[in-house]
Design a protein around this ligand. Structure first.
Ligand code: FAD
Ligand code: NAD
Length: 486
């Protein structure tokens, strides 16, 4: 049953990784680099029964969503923003099948790249569903139902997550879809409903809005993006409203009725009942860890109260030699967080005291402009009673942002009032992800805002907003009037 891309067919390995998403395949590669005999189990297969590698991220997550975000942004720019540059185009057309084919090509290039890397690193890829049994035995059931038994010195669980479903809106993969369905509509819906104005709702809602859909988002919470810095969330809401995203907060969906052509959604806001009729409905209300049939009751592995596999700060489970990484364990469900956990676990299996600095994991929403953050936000610092300083700087006062016509948004930096150490950074605006990454580097090196103040930033760049925000922390920004920021 084993499909071997490299390595030997044996029943015992030093490491068996279950799940080939960004957590699992990165862990397997690092293990192999360290000289450990490694097998990677993946249950997803294509029509030809070959394993489909790369998990959610490569197949139905980060990569295809970013491909469509990029395509749709080009369309919206061409249609709406070229005239202001003095460029006229008479006839802008849209070919959704071609856009989807481009996305699929990118996905298959990247998943093929992962297969190549695994082969090169002599990792044995086993096709089928893996289940951990007691004593680090792993049972593999292939697509035909055949069962084989393997064993390992170390087992790494990396089975990822799946979308949460809500009773009023069951997914039918036609009118009512989850994120996977929303990545492959064959036409632009005239009216698109989205339940949940979180990361997926905002990204995929933006894709279809840019392509011409009328988008209404129904969000249960009263507050928009409650995990973000409040000031940045408020600014983002204003920007998205300007783009035509209709976000209704405090909306409780009570029922969904599907007809062959339409979907009618009943919801209430502050007790008042409403209905909306859409062509399609995306349900994006969060994801949950995928642990069904992943381990037997006597394997020694347990889950916490929210269903995540219980691990310590080094991703070790309670069972000796069994580790868990990525979306199935606590912390943000982000590809880069899982990958770095994979590297840490590989290093620890190899005997090194590796650690992961969870304080500086960046998070990004790939809207236009992007929203990005690292470290603590202002409300968290207030709640923790930390004495902090704050510096903000608007993109409207940045030359490069003016030149690019990207003047919405701001950079915000938070620092300890006493030591001046940077505690967090929050950006909505052009290149927010890359600007926050600069602060990730600074925070990892325990920098102060003074370090950033003393650095030379190229001109004209968006990065100058980071420099000015760091200067603003001490009321010494140059290109704005410094006013008290707290
Ligand atoms: P997964 O990627 O889910 O991979 C788990 C793999 O394990 C799957 O291939 C699955 O088939 C396999 N598996 C499960 N059970 C078994 C078993 N018993 N036996 C064998 N194989 C098994 N994150 C970002 O950081 N940036 C983004 O821009 C981003 N965009 C996203 C967009 C969308 C639409 C979605 C849905 C998610 C996005 N994410 C993003 C989140 C990101 O995809 C996940 O955090 C990441 O994929 C988790 O990695 P993982 O390896 O833990 O699990
Ligand atoms: P999310 O937690 O970001 O957002 C879900 C939203 O749905 C929340 O605002 C929540 O209040 C709302 N909600 C929950 N139940 C509801 C209900 N019954 N009615 C209306 N609203 C409801 O989750 P998501 O957008 O589904 O994304 C899942 C995970 O995938 C994210 O947590 C993130 O970790 C990951 N992801 C990351 C990226 C990225 O890094 N750019 C992109 C996509 C997904």
């Amino acid at each position: 049953t084993a499909l071997v891309l490299g390595g030997n067919v044996s029943n015992h390995f030093e490491v068996i990784v279950i799940g080939s998403g960004p957590a699992g395949y990165v862990c397997a590669i690092r293990c192999a680099q360290l000289g450990l005999s490694t097998a990677l189990i993946e249950r997803n297969t294509d029509a030809g029964d070959k394993p489909v590698l790369g998990g959610t991220c490569l197949n139905v997550g980060c990569i295809p969503s970013k491909a469509l975000l990029d395509s749709s942004q080009r369309y919206a720019d061409t249609k709406h923003h070229l005239a202001e540059h003095g460029i006229g185009i008479d006839d802008v057309t849209l070919n959704i099948p071609e856009m989807m084919a481009r996305k699929e090509k990118i996905v298959s290039q990247l998943t093929g790249g992962v297969a190549g890397l695994l082969k090169h690193n002599k990792i044995t890829v086993l096709s089928g569903a893996g289940q951990l049994l007691a004593g680090r035995q792993v049972e593999l059931t292939d697509a035909q139902g055949q069962v084989a038994l393997y064993s390992a010195d170390n087992v790494v669980l990396a089975s990822g997550s799946e979308p949460v479903e809500i009773p009023p809106a069951p997914i039918d993969d036609d009118r009512v879809v989850d994120s996977t369905g929303a990545l492959c509509f064959d036409t632009v819906p005239a009216r698109l409903g989205v339940i949940g104005a979180g990361v997926i709702g905002l990204e995929l809602g933006s894709v279809w809005a840019r392509l011409g859909a009328d988008v209404v988002m129904l969000e249960a919470m009263e507050q928009f993006l409650p995990a973000m810095d409040e000031q940045i969330a408020k600014e983002s809401a204003k920007i998205f409203a300007k783009q035509g995203l209709d976000i209704r907060l405090g909306a409780r969906v009570t029922g969904v009725e599907v007809s062959p052509e339409q979907v009618t959604v009943a919801y209430s806001v502050e007790g008042a009942e409403h209905t909306e009729v859409f062509d399609r409905l995306i349900v994006a209300v969060g994801r949950r860890p995928r642990t069904e049939k992943l381990f037997s009751g006597d394997s020694g592995v347990s889950v916490d109260e929210r269903g995540f596999v219980f691990v310590n700060e080094h991703c070790a489970t309670e069972a000796p030699g069994v580790w868990a990484i990525g979306d199935i364990v606590r912390g943000p469900m982000l590809a880069h967080k899982g990958s770095e956990e994979g590297v840490m676990v590989a290093e620890r299996i190899h005997g090194k005291a590796a650690q992961l600095n969870y304080e500086v994991v960046p998070s990004i929403i790939y809207t236009h402009p992007e929203v990005a953050a690292v470290g603590k936000n202002e409300q968290e610092l207030k709640a923790e009673g930390v004495d902090y300083k704050v510096g903000t700087f608007p993109f409207a006062a940045i030359g490069r942002a003016q030149a690019a016509g990207e003047t919405d948004g701001l950079v915000k930096i938070l620092a300890d009032a006493d030591s001046d150490q940077i505690l967090g950074a929050h950006v909505v605006g052009p290149s927010a992800a890359d600007l926050v990454q600069q602060i990730v580097i600074a925070m990892e090196m325990a920098s102060s805002t003074e370090d950033l103040q003393l650095m030379v930033f190229g001109h004209p760049t968006m990065s100058e907003a980071v420099h000015e925000a760091a200067l603003a922390v001490d009321a010494r920004a140059i290109h704005m009037v410094n006013r008290p920021q707290r």
